[in-house]
Each structure stands twice: as structure tokens, then as C-alpha cells.
Write a protein that binds this ligand. Structure first.
Ligand SMILES: Nc1ncnc2c1ncn2[C@@H]1O[C@H](COP(=O)(O)OP(=O)(O)OP(=O)(O)O)[C@@H](O)[C@H]1O
Ligand SMILES: [Mg+2]
Length: 500
């Protein structure tokens, strides 16, 4: 008999028009590292919400935790059983200190009116010691790196009687080094008998430590596999039922033309300096480098959100000041932010409204009425182009899965038909099967003459889609690679050698 911590049988969850989970069985062993995989919208987050008691399954489900049948799993009940979830936003209190954040649940649950500062400090220290980390207890959380914030969230989970830690997309905002540190913490927790359940689209990272992988497809469980019998191709096959062959090709820009974008010695104190960047019509330029190398700050400057101190921006040869987002959009610049869910969408509004919001002007009739037919055909086109899985265009964006929300943001900016398109980590949170179709859409846009900048942590993403790959480091462009003449290994080695 294996030692199961959690066992679930016959899990169903139906939302209006969508069978999110269809008779799923799922189990996690004590102290096991388990990965939940599946394409966007396959039901991963829904299953996690049921495990954490946030969402109730449809009648007929059987849930056993630690050998005890649970009849109604509320979030209190889930936490009482040692289950904690770290969501992508980490749910920390940014203006409180490390100590206050880690000890918060204990502080709240103790009935005493006066909070013992000493006790809270002890609790926070002990939690950090359990995973061998040592952050400044008095540091304010908003000033920490994403990786350290994540460690605070894990430490907070450890103040209770933790048995199962669930992490939804934990590695997206971390560097390679920080991911290794996180995985070391997870292995350390395993040694103490604490199980971890990962949900991640970056499977190669998680697979380094995961023992078993459960794959969901369209709400059904395809099976639970031992990780040493899997590779990328097999997982993709289980997830989608097919495999794609990926053939890189590069658009050929016309460098005889006036560049769409040319910057001269663009600088902003503590952000970036001496940036000379050229993008021709039809060209895809990649920017990579470590997190915090100034890539996003540069992108924000080009989109009017972070005005430079000095230097020059020329658009189609004309010196231009981009002082606001409105001006940027007026010049045909679009920017898809990395943190799309917070910045890119109106969650309560319908999918359709979100897609056409940037182009409503163009879809007005002569009498300034909204041309419903045009609007609808634009929406249908976008939904098909990016294979967005939606119940209908009227549904609110917040009812979509994370990856499908990402696609809505992309669709919205593509619909605005920009001249210069800047994409910050365009496929974060998007499943491996859909990644290549999004890359194909981006390449098609370039073939139509758009200039595109892709910022990405994933070297293959820039290498196989871009004509040139620029490496940024501490605010400067320190190297340019021509994609045809280089390899993933060469770029990786260069980044590692120049990292401090
Ligand atoms: N509150 C809701 N109302 C209606 N439908 C919902 C709701 N929450 C989820 N769904 C639907 O359930 C299905 C599964 O969504 P879920 O969020 O579990 O997917 P996921 O596997 O986490 O995907 P991703 O990788 O994109 O995050 C999707 O079709 C989604 O639209
Ligand atoms: Mg999800």
C-alpha cells in the first residue's frame, strides 16, 4: 500500500457551458514532488482550487486526506489539513515586513488582542530556518526580488503544519539561478516529508525534481506517469494527442529601407544607458539577458511609460518624443506587458470588449455608431487566429483560464495593427503546444511589414523567431548575435559568463 496524503476520486466541475473537470481521479503521496501538466484550459487551476477548498466539486466526489474521508472541503479545512497554495501573485502584503508577512496567519489566528512581537519574530525565524534561508526580517516585502518574495510566501506556508505545498506557475518570474534555489528548497522540504505539487508550463525545469506527472486534457485525466518514463515529446503527446515539429525560419527584413525604429544613445539613470537599437520593417529583434538587466525599462521607454533622460528616438527616420502611452499608440507602437493579467485586461468585461477596445474608433460607422458586424467579425478572427478557448464572446474574461487570458491580451494588441510591436515574454503561461502557433502568428505579422521586438528569458524563443538577438546586462546592450550564425549554447554561455 503506498502512503497517500491526498486521494480524490470522481471529481467533476461544470461551469455554465464548460465541463472544467470530467470524472478526474488524482492522488499525491506523502512527501512526493508531483507535477500537474496540461494545455491552457485543461482544468489544472480548477483542480487546485478544489484541493484548497476555494471551489466545491459537483456532487459525487470522494476526497480522502491522510486516510480520512472529507465530506466538505472548505478552505479552512484544507489549511487545517496542512495544504497551502502559493498563487502566482503570492498574495503577500507588500508594505509589511518579512517578519510580519511570515507570521501573519499565526498572528491572526491567536485570539490575543496584543500581538507579541517577540513571538512573531521567533515564528518567522523558525520558518526560515526550516528551509535554510536567511532574509532580513525587517525588510519591507515590496523591496525584495520576486525570488525572495516567493521564499517569504513559502516560509509563511511553513508556519502551519505544512504537508502539501501547491505552487501555480512558480518559476515564470525567476532567473535560472533562482529557480535552482527554489528547487533545492523543494527537495529540502521533501526530506522533511512535505509534498509539493507544481503547476508549470516550463516543464523542463520542474521535471528535474518531479517524481510523477499527472496530465489533464480537456478536463479529463490522461494518466499519472513516472517522470523518468517521460520526455518533452511524450508529455506534449499526452497533453494534446499529437506532436508538432518545429521548424525555425526567419523573416528577411529589407534593410535598405528607413528603419521603423532607431534609437541613439538612449539613456535613463539607473535604468539603461547608451542604447542604440534599430528595427527595420519586417524584422524581429530579440532582447534577452538576466532579469533586471533593463529590458523591460527600455520597452516601457519606447511605449511612453518611462521617458528617457537623454538620447534620441527616431520613428521612420523622424526624431520623435514619446511622452505618453497615447502618443506611443498614435505613432503605431503597441506593447504587450509581461505582467499581462494585472496590466492588460479589464477582467469583469467580456472577452469581445477586451479584444476590440483598442480599435473601437476604426469600427465605428459613418454615423459614429458601433458597427456590430465589423466588431463581431474582428472578434471571431482573433479568437480563431490564436485558438482562444472561450464559451462565447460575451463571457467575462475572468472566467477564462490563465493561458487563455494571455491570448486575449495578445489578440487585443494584434487587432490594433501596430507598426512596431513590442512583446515582453509573449508566451509566459502559454502551453507548449500553443507556443509555436503564437510564434507563427508573430512571424506572419513581420512578413506583413510590422517591426517586432521580443523580450524573453527563453533563449530558444528569441533565437528561433528573431533575426538578431541582443543581450542586455545592467542597462546596456553588450552583444548582438545574428540568429543564423549562432546557437542556443553560445548565447547561454555568453550570458552566464557576463553575469555577476
Ligand atoms: N469561474 C469560472 N466560470 C466559468 N468557467 C470557468 C471558470 N473558471 C474556469 N472556467 C473554465 O474552466 C476551464 C478550465 O480552466 P482552468 O483555469 O482550470 O484551466 P488551466 O488548466 O488552469 O489553464 P491555464 O494553463 O491556461 O492556466 C476553462 O475552460 C475555463 O474557461
Ligand atoms: Mg491555470
Amino acid at each position: 500500500m503506498e502512503n497517500l496524503f491526498l486521494s480524490m476520486q470522481g471529481i467533476n466541475k461544470r461551469y455554465a457551458g464548460v465541463q472544467a473537470l470530467d470524472n478526474v481521479d488524482f492522488a499525491v503521496r506523502q512527501g512526493e514532488i508531483h507535477c500537474l501538466a496540461g494545455t491552457n484550459g485543461s482544468g489544472k487551476s480548477t483542480l487546485v482550487k478544489i484541493i484548497s477548498g476555494v471551489v466545491q466539486p459537483d456532487p459525487g466526489a470522494e476526497i480522502v486526506i491522510n486516510g480520512n474521508r472529507v465530506h466538505h472541503l472548505s478552505s479552512m479545512e484544507s489549511i487545517r489539513n496542512g495544504i497551502e497554495v502559493i498563487y502566482q501573485d503570492l498574495s503577500l502584503f507588500p508594505n509589511l515586513t518579512v517578519q510580519e508577512n511570515i507570521s501573519i496567519s499565526e498572528t491572526v489566528s491567536s485570539r490575543r488582542r496584543i500581538i507579541s512581537w517577540k513571538k512573531s519574530r521567533e515564528t518567522a525565524k523558525r520558518a526560515m530556518e526550516r528551509i535554510g534561508i536567511n532574509l532580513d526580517l525587517d525588510a519591507v516585502v515590496s523591496g525584495l526580488s520576486m525570488a525572495d518574495q516567493q521564499l517569504v510566501a513559502i516560509s509563511r506556508a511553513l508556519t502551519g503544519n505544512l504537508k502539501l505545498l501547491i505552487m501555480d506557475e512558480p518559476t515564470t518570474a525567476l532567473t535560472k539561478k533562482e529557480i535552482d534555489a527554489l528547487l533545492a528548497v523543494v527537495l529540502d522540504m521533501k526530506a522533511k516529508g512535505i509534498a509539493t505539487l507544481f503547476i508549470s508550463h516550463k516543464l523542463n525545469e520542474v521535471m528535474e525534481v518531479a517524481e510523477r506527472v499527472t496530465v489533464l486534457r480537456d478536463g479529463k485525466s490522461i494518466g499519472c506517469f513516472s517522470s523518468n518514463e517521460l520526455d518533452d515529446k511524450k508529455i506534449e503527446y499526452h497533453m494534446t494527442g499529437t506532436t508538432t515539429t518545429y521548424s525555425p525560419y526567419h523573416a528577411v527584413p529589407d534593410t535598405g529601407q528607413v528603419p521603423l525604429l532607431q534609437t541613439r544613445e538612449l539613456s535613463k539613470k539607473d535604468n539603461f544607458s547608451g542604447i542604440n537599437l534599430t528595427v527595420y520593417p519586417g524584422e524581429i529583434v530579440g532582447i534577452t539577458g538576466l532579469l533586471g538587466s533593463g529590458r523591460t525599462e527600455l520597452a516601457l521607454a519606447l511605449f511612453g511609460l518611462n521617458p528617457p533622460d537623454s538620447g534620441e528616438i527616431r520613428l521612420s527616420g523622424k526624431p520623435t518624443v514619446i511622452g505618453s502611452v497615447k502618443q506611443a499608440m498614435h505613432h503605431g507602437i503597441a506593447y504587450v506587458p509581461e505582467n499581462r493579467l494585472a496590466e492588460g485586461l479589464i477582467l469583469d468585461q467580456s472577452i469581445g470588449k477586451n479584444i476590440v477596445i483598442t480599435v473601437l474608433d476604426r469600427l465605428l460607422t459613418a454615423l459614429r455608431f458601433i458597427d456590430k458586424e465589423k466588431v463581431n467579425s474582428r472578434i471571431t478572427h482573433s479568437v480563431n487566429e490564436l485558438s482562444i478557448k472561450i464559451p462565447g464572446p460575451e463571457a467575462a474574461v475572468k472566467t477564462l483560464s490563465g493561458g487563455n487570458q494571455q491570448r486575449v491580451v495578445l489578440a487585443k494588441w494584434i487587432a490594433s495593427n501596430p507598426g512596431l510591436f513590442i512583446l515582453d515574454n509573449p508566451t509566459v503561461g502559454i502551453d507548449i503546444a500553443a507556443k509555436s502557433s503564437i510564434h507563427a502568428v508573430i512571424k506572419q505579422l513581420a512578413l506583413n511589414g510590422m517591426g517586432i521586438i521580443i523580450i524573453s528569458d527563453e533563449i530558444p524563443e528569441v533565437l528561433y523567431n528573431c533575426n538578431r538577438v541582443l543581450v542586455m546586462n545592467r542597462g546596456r546592450i553588450i552583444r548582438e548575435f545574428v540568429s543564423r550564425d549562432t546557437t542556443e549554447e553560445e548565447i547561454q554561455a555568453f550570458i552566464e559568463a557576463t553575469a555577476v
